[in-house]
Ligand binder design. Structure first.
Ligand code: THU
Length: 135
């Protein structure tokens, strides 16, 4: 492994980003044309991926982070430690508001997300979040 790809958090961001770009290639996005891929590093070290799945009823579209959440649970569960979202051309994309809530649920406040400002925690991306502790 190229150690330059691992930052202080111990996350291999280069690997996570390329997994997200690869996932974006599977997107079903005939309406927006925006391919989105998400890749998550799980607490046990495996990587789960997802892509957006659109629908003729536009509002029914599933974001890449949503299908990644399904894969997390279907392939052994655990927690999300770090997440990268990328477009089909490799561009960095940020999770929408709804997806931040989903990432907060499955990764908690310490889950890291790839952002234009580097790795930021879900605590920073969704401050004062409503979460499992509130129920
Ligand atoms: N999309 C995602 O997959 N994730 C996000 O966090 C934001 C938006 C998708 C949904 C839709 O298929 C396309 O991007 C355009 O909104």
């Amino acid at each position: 492994m190229d150690n330059s790809a691992v930052n202080d958090s111990g996350v291999d961001w280069a690997r996570l980003r390329s997994a997200a770009v690869e996932a974006a290639a599977s997107a079903y996005c005939p309406y927006s044309g925006l391919r989105v891929g998400a890749a998550g590093l799980c607490s046990d070290g495996r990587i789960v991926i997802g892509c957006n799945v659109e629908n003729a009823a536009y509002g029914v579209a599933l974001c890449a982070e949503c299908t990644m959440a399904g894969q997390l649970l279907l392939t052994g569960g655990g927690r999300l430690a770090a997440v990268a979202c990328r477009g089909g051309d490799g561009q960095l994309l940020m999770p929408c508001g709804r997806c931040r809530q989903i990432l907060f649920e499955l990764g908690g406040p310490d889950c890291l997300v790839d952002t234009p400002d580097g790795a930021l925690s879900m605590r920073e991306l969704l401050p004062f979040a409503f979460g499992p502790d509130d129920l």
